[in-house]
Design a protein around this ligand. Structure first.
Ligand SMILES: Nc1ncnc2c1ncn2[C@@H]1O[C@H](COP(=O)(O)OP(=O)(O)OP(=O)(O)O)[C@@H](O)[C@H]1O
Ligand SMILES: [Mg+2]
Length: 238
């Protein structure tokens, strides 16, 4: 591992308890600082499972996961949660926005759970609210929407709120789990360009996951889940 390595996996194995035989087996996988990676694989092949492992939500049976030089697999659950809050911005497959909070308050959730992200957001924007508003504006969400509840937004707008929440406080690693699947082709491209642009500006490493290889243009590296985990060659779900 070099000092530039942001994500490092070695000899990882994961199986779901009482699972149906699905397993991830990753001998080695590395992502360098600032890289933008496009990871693809069919539905059910294990993309979200891998992201759960990288986020420290799931724990491997064997092997090592190192993020920014810290060995996630050796941290206690509470320390793993703290590490994730401080260093990883997640755009979830289903966005996971809180329906009873406004747009801005959803974005600020990341800062609520991390003093580090809070300090970095304030340094970038002057105040937390200004930084949230700046990111939302960058993502083309007009100001009149910022105070609204998220349930009143379109799917595309909700997706951009989820992206702003992942990006605020400039986490070193941004992980996006198929966030574009509900959008038409034009909006998908615009969203990807915005996400990549914000990651570049913040110096964040981006791991973007999708089953749709047409979205891979513009990434530094495109790879299939099967190429890093040969056991995942076939998707298992419909
Ligand atoms: N909570 C769970 N408990 C048991 N098995 C699970 C669980 N979540 C996923 N799996 C299984 O793990 C395998 C990989 O699922 P995963 O959600 O990682 O695929 P994916 O590549 O993200 O699919 P999609 O493109 O549809 O999002 C599937 O066989 C699935 O049934
Ligand atoms: Mg998935």
């Amino acid at each position: 591992m070099t000092s530039e390595t942001v994500i490092e996996i070695k000899n990882l194995r994961f199986r779901w308890p009482r699972g149906d035989g699905f397993r991830l087996d990753i001998p080695a996988f590395e992502v360098r600082a600032g890289e933008r990676i496009f990871l693809y694989g069919p539905s059910g092949s294990g993309k979200s499972t891998l992201l759960g492992l990288l986020g420290g939500v799931l724990v491997p049976e064997l092997g090592r996961i190192r993020l920014l030089g810290s060995e996630l697999t050796r941290l206690k659950p509470s320390a793993r949660d703290r590490f994730r809050a401080d260093h990883v911005g997640f755009v979830f497959q289903q966005f996971n926005l809180l329906p009873y909070l406004s747009v801005v308050d959803n974005v600020l959730l990341s800062c609520r759970f991390s003093a580090r992200r809070r300090a970095r957001a304030m340094a970038a924007g002057g105040s937390l609210h200004d930084e949230a508003a700046r990111l939302l504006a960058q993502l083309d969400l007009e100001e009149t929407l910022h105070r609204q509840g998220v349930t009143r937004l379109s799917v595309g707008q909700q997706q951009r709120v989820a992206a702003a929440r992942a990006l605020i406080g400039r986490p070193e690693i941004v992980i996006a789990d198929e966030p574009t699947s509900a959008l038409d082709a034009e909006r998908q491209e615009a969203f990807l360009a915005l996400l990549a642009g914000e990651c570049r500006a913040a110096g964040s490493t981006l791991l973007f996951v999708s089953h749709d290889r047409r979205l891979a243009a513009g990434f530094d590296r495109e790879l299939s889940l099967a190429s890093i985990s040969p056991a995942c060659g076939e998707g298992r779900a419909a």
